[in-house]
Design a protein around this ligand. Structure first.
Ligand code: MF3
Ligand code: CO
Ligand code: CO
Length: 278
């Protein structure tokens, strides 16, 4: 069952999602050569606590392999890591790309957003995948209109990835979000005509395409969390939490003031993916 949020719940979600976006905004300036992913984790952890919330990933989803659940407060996925990378002693180097995925729980409501950063200046090797992943999120958001099916989202994203000779990861999807970190529905980033449920005002979910330079196939590392590309090619991801409104949608994971918090280069008159319904 897909939950339709009440006006009060939507107000709470706006606050949680804004805090997640502000955390991502805060950490952006620290993503520099020489910093460890542990240091990024600790800065975000403290920032989230200082703002009266808790980091949703910490101890999330214990399993027989991981009795403590996810061991850190954010996910940091570097280069060929697709998602769910665990912060640790690894030090970032110029030329790396890193997705930082932030989920906070404030007053019982979760907000979830992520972005892929360049470590140092973009390179000829890494700039395309980041651009395409960001465009895929934007295209997915544009397709998320009341009355459209959930299939419209993946059906819009997948051709854009393919046109750019990139691939869409199939095993991990966007998700409903609210009082639970992951709720129904699963939001696929590839076409599946079985996804006939329709978007309706009051639904809140994430769109978070994981886009690979090479093949879509992935592998899970021995830590039972980190997902990597099987062919070791680069992978990038951007994520927003959105609310379906009567007239379109509202991106909830904005830090405040800005039109959107995707990377600066994608915003402008020449960008064909600007948000029409926002
Ligand atoms: N934030 C991720 C998502 O977008 C989920 C991370 S779960 C964790 O859905 F346990 F790895 F943190
Ligand atoms: Co996330
Ligand atoms: Co998510």
């Amino acid at each position: 069952m897909i939950i339709i949020k009440t006006a009060e719940e939507i107000e709470q979600m706006r606050l949680s999602c804004r805090l997640a976006a502000q955390t991502l905004c805060m950490i952006a300036e620290h993503v520099q050569p020489g910093i460890s992913t542990n240091a990024l984790n600790d800065l975000c952890h403290q920032f989230i606590l200082d703002h009266g919330a808790t980091p949703s990933p910490l101890n999330y989803r214990p399993s027989p392999q991981n009795p403590q659940g996810f061991p850190k407060s954010i996910c940091t996925s570097v280069n060929q890591q697709v998602c769910h990378g665990i912060p640790g002693p690894r030090v970032l180097r110029e030329g790396d790309i890193i997705n930082v995925d932030i989920t906070v729980c404030r007053n019982g409501f979760h907000g979830d957003t992520s972005k892929t950063f360049f470590v140092g200046p973009p390179t000829s090797r890494n700039s395309k995948i980041v651009r395409v992943a960001e465009e895929c999120l934007r295209i997915g958001i544009q397709a998320a209109q009341p009355g459209h099916t959930f299939n419209a989202i993946g059906n819009a994203i997948e051709p854009h990835a393919r046109l750019n000779h990139c691939s869409v990861v199939r095993e991990y999807c966007g998700h409903g979000i609210g009082r639970s970190f992951h709720e129904e529905p699963s939001v696929l980033h590839y076409a599946n005509p079985d996804k006939i449920a329709k978007l309706a005002p009051g639904m809140i979910f994430t769109i978070e395409p994981m886009i690979n330079m090479g093949k879509a196939d992935i592998r899970l590392l021995a830590d039972h969390w980190t997902v990597v590309t099987k062919d070791h090619t680069l992978s990038a991801q951007f994520e927003h939490t959105i609310l379906i409104t009567p007239g379109g949608n509202e991106i909830l994971t904005l830090a405040g003031g800005e039109q959107d918090n995707l990377s600066a280069g994608a915003v402008g008159a020449e960008n064909p993916f600007s948000m029409a319904n926002n």
